[in-house]
Design a binder for this molecule. Structure first.
Ligand code: BJW
Length: 238
């Protein structure tokens, strides 16, 4: 099932992205056959309990991911969304770009307002004083918090299982008032993001999935385009 290009009448578009949009930049997805969660146990790496039990193991995983993200470059799908943002703004509309990704490839492609609901790899947060700050280097149990001086409490500023995703109020507001909901490169396996399509649908908002293959929530989308993001997203936008 193909979809029409973004029509001239649209004003406010809500785009949700997942790991699939960064796959062709060389960053691994989570649940594909070669995905991160096939090789690593998420419960040993992506929960607050895992960080409390084995912080060095968790740091090693995120240090590698941070290095990978630094080495990656945005691709044609990230760039197409920047054109969508500019096109909507030129007609008085808005792109609300909500990503589950912790990489910064949307920003490095030129997106101006990215809502990172699962946090950011390039930020760290101190569990002792709560201070969050930009962070491009490796973390370890020896890292001292620049704000309070405490050692051992610096963690990646990402959202682990069992933690509350970020910016949920702004996300709900933007979703409920959008003219179109588009999900790109996400499996629909992780909540609350996996529930956005049902929410949009219940509000009568058109929905479109762009993914390599049908996601877990594919049946809820009114329209879909299946193919690699670097082709499917430019085709959709331009
Ligand atoms: C391509 C492509 C190409 C490939 N082109 N496409 C039932 C209801 C509600 C919640 C729950 C529930 N049961 C359990 C929960 C809780 C849990 C959850 O959802 N668990 C599920 C496993 C069931 N959710 C949570 O814990 C969340 N918090 C929460 O619910 O809080 C509520 C709360 C209430 C009260 C108190 C406290 C809390 C938090 C979820 C955090 C997720 N964190 C991670 C790690 C982030 C840090 C890191 O990166 O390491 O986020 S897990 C991981 O999954 C990461 C991703 O953002 C997220 C989603 O993955 P994504 O992006 O969809 O990737 P994949 O790999 O799954 O899919 C990639 C897709 O791309 C595939 O479909 C491919 O086909 C496609 N693709 N190449 C186009 N080239």
């Amino acid at each position: 099932m193909g979809g029409p290009p973004v029509s001239p009448g649209l004003r406010d578009v809500f785009v949700l992205t997942g790991a699939g949009i960064s796959a062709e930049s060389g960053l691994g997805t989570f649940r594909d056959p070669d995905g991160l969660w096939r090789r690593f146990d998420p419960m040993r790496l992506a929960t607050p309990e895992a960080f409390a039990d084995a912080p060095e193991e968790v740091h090693a995983f995120y240090n590698l991911r941070r290095q990978g993200a630094r080495a990656a470059a945005p691709n044609a799908a990230h760039a197409a969304l920047v054109r969508l943002e500019a096109g909507l703004a030129a007609r008085g509309g808005r792109l609300f770009l909500c990503t589950q990704n912790v990489d910064d490839l949307h920003e490095r492609a030129g997106a101006t307002a990215v809502v990172h609901m699962h946090g950011e790899l390039m930020r760290a947060r101190c569990i002792a004083c709560g201070q969050g700050l930009p962070w491009a280097e490796d973390l370890s149990v020896e890292t001292a918090c620049p704000a309070c001086g405490q050692r051992g409490g610096m963690r990646p500023d990402v959202v682990w299982f069992g933690e509350m995703p970020l910016h949920l109020e702004a996300i709900a507001q933007a979703l409920d008032t959008s003219d179109l909901f588009v999900a790109i490169g996400t499996s629909g396996a992780v909540y609350p993001a996996a529930g956005f399509v049902a929410r949009a649908r219940a509000a009568g908002i058109p929905t479109h999935e762009i993914n390599l293959a049908p996601s877990d929530t594919a049946g809820l989308f009114a329209q879909a385009t299946y193919g690699p993001a670097t082709q499917a997203v430019p085709d959709f936008v331009d």
